[in-house]
Write a protein of this length. Sequence first.
Length: 668
Amino acid sequence: MKRLTVLALLCFMVLCVYPQGGTPGSLDSIQQVGEVIVWAKPTYREVIPSHVMKGEQLERLSTHSITDALRYFAGVQLKDYGGVGGIKTINIRSMGSSHLGIFYDGIQLGNAQNGQIDLGQFSLDNVEEISLYNGQKSAIFQPASEFGNAGAVYIRTRRPRFAEGENHHLRFKVKYGSSDLIRLSALWEQKLSQTVSSSVGAEFLNSSGKYKFRYTRYRADGTLAYDTTAARQNGDIWALRAEGNLYGIFNQGSWNAKAYTYHSERGIPGAIVNNVWRRGERQADHNTFLQASLMKSFGTRYTTRMLAKYAYYQTHYVNRDPNTMLVDNTYRQQELFFSTSHVYELMDGWSLSAAYDFKWNKLNADMRQFAYPHRYANMLSVATAYNQPWLNIQGSILATFVKDHTRTLSSQPHTTALTPALFVNVFPFGGRSFSLRAYAKRSFRMPTFNDLYYTDMGNALLEPETALQYNVGFVFEKDWQQGLLRHFRWQTDAYYNSVHDKIVAYPKGQQFRWTMLNLGKVHIKGVDVETEAAVAPVKDLLLSVRLQYTYQDARDVTNPSDTYYRHQIPYIPWHSGSAILGLSYRQWDVNYSFIYAGKRYNQQENIAYNYMPAWYTSDLSAGYRLRLGNYGLRVMAEVNNLLDQQYDVILNYPMPGRNFAVTLTMEM
């Protein structure tokens, strides 16, 4: 019944957005120029370049989700619990996923309950660009909350663009692959008038989640405990995603509105422990949010922007495994967000910005003795930028005021914090090809509702985690219109991060009884190297290469008396990297990608029993494009984990071996 209701709502959205007709016009070029005028002013120039992947490159990769694409960025650590429906989260530079902000079309995705954003819930089908920023997005014209993250990922969806005489676009995609995977998606873009356009997209996913894996475990003395082959169970998923957008322009301004909904039901296969393959855990998610933005310039010096969002997330978790405690709980989150930001160019090359954000979060659950928390957060930022041909400097400070309220506790935490940042970029040789940059930043993250209030586990006296970041690096980038080498970029960063008051779960002395304490302190040293090049050896042939390498030394320095003092923290490899090789020749695209993660440990103590060996995967895809009249067709075949390596990203959560998929895309 729920599926039928959602499908009916989707059909209603399509009928509402698609008009009876459209008027062709030439104003779309003006829309694009309008965007350039607003964003390309020197006032908004970024000091620290981002790591970027655009839609065409994302389309060629063998990626199923946004998390899959982020694996190819330097400094990123992925937690993947396996399979199509497995939970997928990321963090950068070993600071934890709660320090990373995820922004969807300019507004942050939130989860006050546990701080984890499951990026598996978002599709790549409608994504135009993914960018990663370490520290923060260094443009000063942004909401106050964006100054508070230790890093940020920006997901920008496709915006309608129409050529002369066009008034609509349609795209259909079908994908079939291993684990009985079928993925259907559609996108409808429509010009409603000379100043307003719309897009409606939907995607359906269904998979049994079954795949074979080899399970091998050794005892502490090195003797073999298990070595068998089995099939992953209880990993099935069905999911429906729908999104509607309206875009408009007016004199020196633009606006857009978005409605997004995601509904899924999936099994949670659980860890393979003591030779047990099956689990009784199930989860259903029903997430919806509405968001809107408005930007307006007054003359050439002053610009303002307003953002608003309301989100409702419902999670139903069931565990009917007879060997564990039976659980059947429903969690309901609400979030309300409002932001107003302003930037003024005081004189050529010098600008000043101010922003205010308000955020309200509430969590309800049908649990006994639940605290029913809700949180008020007020954020105020001031930033300035000084831009010259050879020097860019940006400084900012964010003041954050957070207050919690609950039904059951007489005293709730409240926090006031100041988080400054300074970014410098120098072009020592003139021009923009080579630059040296550095930044220093302080950030913090509030304890989640689970950290503070989860029954028998939370601790309402927790302090926020704080992080100090220091980074130096350089970039060389150059493009050529002719010759063999068409594009080259080399980027290197060395950094030091220090995380204080790390929130950890600590046993209270009774079995299955834990509490949350501020016990952790972590020092992180690392180097990120990224390079890319494009070569055109003959006409119509283009070879592209993208390589990245990360070294990280992330040590627990909490207590010298601990047996794991100065040991590498769990699941962080010292060495990791990736490579992407792409070949384009006329209508053909061939892409090879490689990911490597070095040795690491799954517990705090770096001993042989907790050791996890390095793993790597190779993916290969080939696509062919053709046109039949007004229709564009593309067929892509892919083989993932080409060498059929058996590996775990998380201990006892085996990943799929060799698997296949075929995708057909039609555009008109």
